[in-house]
Write a protein that binds this ligand. Structure first.
Ligand code: COI
Length: 355
């Protein structure tokens, strides 16, 4: 898949590059940014002034609505470089559609498709040297939208910025991942905006996740806000359970992010002949499966996390460890998806997007 038509994007090139200051073999996720950024303003009812310029701080009025009412949404995408130095994105249409769904839910204006893709192309053409070759190396792309109108009136803003910044990335989690199943705190409630990639959905998780970290877990698996009986998603990932040879994940809802990696895992697993069930999963079922040894794997999926195996979980003070398998589904599916992302395998799903 490719898209043509580059709009009139104003380009200001950085006078020099910072690339030589970066140790690409020791990257902490999301801590280093490329030389340029894309920025576009919403004013007088339309998006205007699409510009690629040197990465730089923003100047905003302290009363800008984003600071007070959290009108902020974002996306996570990755660019990959193949052995022939070509740059690829993975299902970027999904991210484009989702950022607009998130915008709509937070009463923010939708962003035009041509600006999104042309902005990305112009930006990544300039910063392509930051996309390193090799399985596991990528450029994490963070598009986001914030409300910039000044004034602390609690109503939707009439001015916004759409920005894209990029950060060279390797793995998101540095070590082993164990999760705590939530029994008190909630991430999202029915009728809320849990499905949106809204900044506030993440801020609300930090405190309970910190408590879980004190108990030795890296993430929380959220359960439904009403009963805490059903599993939903982890903080930065959708979640899969392998019970015997079957892969089970919960359906998306207005509480759960419609993950691009999640839907790719489902399609890929089915294609590999793995039985996949998308249905509500009770905490009780997972504990029983762990107790009778039918729970073989838990893994998370997400753009940043890719596919991250979960080694164990805890619930109400009890802990369970998962078995160590020779060839877990997590790594089989991850490899298949990465082969498509890095242009090493046929892309029969049409997921790869040439930039
Ligand atoms: C992503 O996977 O892109 C995410 O948005 C997770 C993020 C909070 C690091």
């Amino acid at each position: 898949m490719t898209k043509e038509t580059i709009q009139d994007i104003h380009v200001e090139k950085a006078a020099s590059t910072r690339i030589n200051e970066v140790d690409f073999n020791n990257l902490t996720f999301g801590s280093v940014f490329t030389d340029h950024m894309f920025e576009c303003d919403f004013k007088d009812g339309e998006w205007k002034n699409p510009t690629v310029k040197p990465y730089q701080p923003l100047t905003l009025d302290p009363s800008a609505r984003v600071f007070h009412y959290g009108q902020a949404v974002f996306e996570g995408m990755k660019a990959y470089r193949d052995d022939n130095d070509e740059t690829w994105l993975f299902r970027p249409d999904e991210n484009f559609n989702r950022i607009n769904k998130s915008c709509a839910r937070l009463a923010m204006p939708e962003f035009p498709e041509s600006y999104f893709f042309d902005g990305l192309k112009t930006l990544l053409d300039l910063d392509k040297d930051w996309i390193k070759k090799g399985f596991g190396n990528s450029l994490y792309i963070r598009p986001f939208v914030i409300a910039t109108q000044s004034g602390v009136m609690a109503s939707p803003a009439n001015a916004y910025k759409f920005i894209i910044i990029c950060s060279p990335a390797q793995s998101y989690y540095g070590g082993e991942v164990r999760v705590k199943i939530a029994d008190h705190y909630s991430r999202a409630a029915s009728g809320g905006f849990g499905y949106a990639k809204a900044a506030g959905n993440y801020a609300g998780q930090f405190y309970p996740t910190n408590l879980a970290k004190e108990e030795g877990f890296q993430q929380v698996i959220w359960t439904d806000a009403n009963t805490h009986e059903y599993l939903e998603e982890a903080g930065t990932m959708n979640i899969f359970f392998r019970i015997n040879d079957k892969l089970v994940t919960c359906p998306i809802s207005d509480c759960i992010l419609d993950g691009v990696t999640r839907k790719s895992v489902i399609d890929m697993a089915k294609d590999m002949g793995i039985e996949v069930e998308v249905r509500p999963i009770k905490v009780k079922e997972v504990i029983e499966a762990a107790e009778n040894d039918s729970l073989k794997e838990i893994f998370g999926s997400g753009t940043a996390a890719v596919i991250t195996p979960i080694l164990g979980f805890g619930y109400k003070g009890d802990k369970w460890e998962l078995p160590k398998l020779d060839s877990p589904y997590a790594s089989q599916i991850k490899n298949k998806i990465m082969e498509i992302q890095y242009n090493k395998a046929e892309d029969k799903f049409g997921w790869r997007y040439k930039l």
